[in-house]
Design a protein around this ligand. Structure first.
Ligand code: ZN
Length: 144
């Protein structure tokens, strides 16, 4: 993370130390997905709950590096309250942005997830910043 700006590093460390929406409900009204990143030892579970086409709750749990855990925390905060359509669009574009796919929609407001833009310069960490968001997308697909 040496080349990420100080502000971005602070946001990432804040979410790593004080994770939001942490801990699973194991409630049947949530859809769950588990994803591992063997290269880094990251393992994340995501639960999402959708009511009337809106993401009303997201829970995250797991172990991993600061990038992985912070991205799960920030992602959960970012998508709660969005429609399934907006959340899907935001996360699909986020995944393109961090994997250095310049075709992502630059008009999307990524909120705090924007702190991970610099990850594209660290190919070994792209998966760390992606797995929680991929798991979340999977829960939405199962939901529909
Ligand atoms: Zn990692």
């Amino acid at each position: 993370m040496a080349d990420l700006s100080n502000l971005y590093r602070q946001i990432i460390m804040d979410h790593y130390k004080n994770p939001r929406n942490k801990g699973l409900t194991n409630d049947l009204s949530y859809v769950k997905c588990h994803i591992k990143n063997p290269s880094c030892g990251d393992a994340i579970d995501i639960e999402s709950k959708v009511i009337d086409g809106k993401v009303v709750d997201v829970r995250q749990d797991g172990v991993g590096c600061s990038i992985c855990c912070a991205s799960a925390s920030i992602m959960s905060e970012t998508v709660i309250g969005l429609s399934v359509e907006d959340a899907t669009n935001l996360i699909e574009n986020y995944l393109k942005m961090v994997s250095n796919d310049e075709t992502y929609d630059h008009t999307v407001d990524f909120g705090e997830l924007g702190v991970f833009e610099g990850i594209k310069d660290f190919p070994a960490r792209v998966r760390c910043a992606s797995i929680a968001s991929k798991a979340f997308l999977n829960t939405l697909k199962k939901e529909n």
